[in-house]
Each structure stands twice: as structure tokens, then as C-alpha cells.
Write a protein that binds this ligand. Structure first.
Ligand code: FAD
Length: 195
């Protein structure tokens, strides 16, 4: 398309399976039949996609956290130190308990918000909470998964370190987590806390 340009791929910390490039539009002409909204109202159309995007991001974080919890539980039972599986140490059990609780909270809010979204209800504030909580939780879960795997968690021999790197972007894209907090707080204040 004339005026549209894709720049070189970004060199990123993670999510290397997905290519990210800057794109520019210079006097691009959009054919009438390709318009997905009214002229000059594009921002509104773009904003409307955010609720589903944030909900989807939360679901993706939840899936990654569940996988990390499974790997961590299995590894903790296999790996022996001081003649005992590390799963028998309370320090490891507490991490698994925290991970499992965060997974449960993530699942609960993702499914509840998805049901409201499917029912056609407005979920802007809820989707912001999902995006914020699930991305923060996944970072914490990934960090504990690395810890439970010890040196192997840091090694490229296992996929744990990739999850640790890949997780980080979720707090930045689809609106940074600081912006999610602004969205949530705005509605909380508007409704005098009755959310
Ligand atoms: C891998 C990757 C993929 C991406 N994919 C896409 C894509 O597909 N489509 C797309 O449109 N964009 C995409 N982006 C862009 C992404 O959405 C932005 O990087 C993100 O929204 C943050 O914007 P920024 O980088 O300009 O940071 P900034 O806005 O400069 O933010 C820097 C810091 O300031 C804080 N901040 C900014 N404003 C405020 C405020 N008002 N109050 C409090 N704190 C504030 C932020 O929270 C952050 O901590 C992608 C980025 C990356 C890295």
C-alpha cells in the first residue's frame, strides 16, 4: 500500500517467536470499502478492541503460569538435595502454594470477566484488572519457577528462562500496567467505590 512502511525487526529480550517491527503511515489512502468505522472516529474503534485484548492477555498469562506450576511441581519431586526431594522442603512448598493460589485467582477473574464480555456487558475496568493482575502474577510465578529449578532454571537447557524473559513484556504492552491502574481507579472514583 502506498505510504505504508514496515521498519526492521526490533531486537528484543523475549517473545522472539513473534516479530515486532515499527510501522509508519505517510498519507496512506484507505479505500471506502475498507473503512471499519466513521471517518475521524478511528480512535474509538481502536479503543474498543482493548477490552478483548486485555482479557486475552490475561488468559495467556494464566496458561503460562499453569504450565510453570506443573513443571515446578514435577521438578521439585524429582530433584534431590540433602538426600530428599526438594519438594519436601517447606521453602519450596510455600512457593508452590503461592503459585497455585495466583493461578487460581487468575483463572477466577479471567473466566468471570470472559462470561461478562460474552454477555455483552461493559468490562473495561474488569479487563484492566485482569491484564494488570495476571501479568504481575505471571512475572512472580516465573520468578519462583526459576528459583525452584535452581541453576537449571537459569539454563537454556530448560524452557523456564525463556518463560521468565517472555513474561516481562506483558506488563508493558496492551497498555502498561500503570495505565491499567489509572483505568481502574477512574471507575472506582466515579462510582464511589461501588464496583
Ligand atoms: C514487543 C512489543 C510488541 C508491541 N506490539 C504492539 C502492537 O502490536 N501494537 C501496538 O500498537 N503497540 C505495540 N507495542 C507498543 C506498546 O504498546 C508500547 O510500548 C506500550 O504501550 C508502552 O508505550 P511506550 O513504549 O511509549 O512507553 P511510555 O508510554 O513512554 O511509558 C514509559 C513509562 O512511563 C509510564 N507512563 C506513561 N504515561 C503515564 C501516565 N500517564 N501515568 C503514569 N505512568 C505513565 C509507563 O507506564 C511506563 O512505565 C509493542 C511493544 C513491544 C515492546
Amino acid at each position: 500500500m502506498k505510504g505504508y512502511n514496515a521498519g526492521p525487526p526490533e531486537k528484543k529480550m523475549g517473545i522472539k517467536g513473534s516479530q515486532t517491527t515499527p510501522i509508519t503511515f505517510d498519507n496512506v489512502r484507505v479505500p471506502k470499502e475498507n473503512m471499519i468505522g466513521d471517518d475521524g472516529r478511528g480512535f474509538l474503534v481502536a479503543m474498543k478492541t482493548l477490552d478483548a485484548g486485555r482479557l486475552g492477555l490475561g488468559a495467556a498469562c494464566m496458561g503460562a503460569a499453569k504450565q510453570l506450576l506443573e513443571w515446578s511441581a514435577v521438578y521439585a519431586k524429582e530433584r534431590k538435595q540433602f538426600d530428599a526431594p526438594i519438594a519436601s522442603f517447606e521453602a519450596i512448598q510455600f512457593m508452590l502454594a503461592e503459585m497455585a493460589t495466583m493461578v487460581y485467582a487468575m483463572e477466577s477473574m479471567v473466566y468471570r470477566t470472559a462470561m461478562d464480555y460474552d454477555a455483552g456487558r461493559s468490562v473495561s475496568r474488569q479487563a484492566a484488572s485482569v491484564k494488570w493482575y495476571c501479568s504481575e502474577s505471571l512475572d512472580r510465578v516465573a520468578d519462583m519457577a526459576v528459583q525452584i529449578h535452581g541453576g537449571m532454571g537459569y539454563s537454556r537447557e530448560l524452557p523456564i528462562e525463556r518463560y521468565y524473559r517472555d513474561s516481562r513484556i506483558n506488563r508493558i504492552f496492551e497498555g502498561t500496567n500503570e495505565i491499567q491502574q489509572m483505568v481502574i481507579a477512574r471507575e472506582v472514583l466515579k462510582k464511589n467505590g461501588k464496583v
